[in-house]
Design a binder for this molecule. Structure first.
Ligand SMILES: [Zn+2]
Length: 110
């Protein structure tokens, strides 16, 4: 199974496709298909018919569709662009992720 380098709640930027340049927070990882769901990205409206038997109201549903991991990158606010993360290992055994360009701390891990 391919490992997704991103994590839930990471801020990412879309680098390809119709949402190119938009930023959002990772809501869900889908390792099975190597995709992620990003807040407000790849948002699609679809119409749902009312279905009385399932007690479902008709109307417009808006929902994020999964986007390929290859189409997003971790966003660094210092660089103002998508970057790769570099992991630093610390003497106390903890790890942290940093921007590989400017070394800004992105996330501290235990
Ligand atoms: Zn940076």
């Amino acid at each position: 199974m391919p490992k997704i380098a991103l994590k839930k709640n990471d801020l990412v930027v879309v680098i390809r496709g119709k949402d190119k340049g938009k930023q959002g927070k990772v809501l869900m990882l889908i390792p099975e298909t190597n995709r992620v769901i990003v807040e407000r990205i790849n948002f699609s409206k679809h119409f749902v018919k009312a279905d009385r038997s399932r007690n479902q109201q008709g109307g417009v549903m808006e929902k994020e569709a999964p986007i390929a991991v290859a189409n997003v990158m971790l966003y660094c606010s210092e660089c103002g662009q998508g970057v790769r993360a570099r992991t630093h290992r610390h003497d106390d055994g903890s790890k942290s992720r940093h921007c590989h360009r400017c070394d800004t701390l992105i996330e501290k891990q235990k």
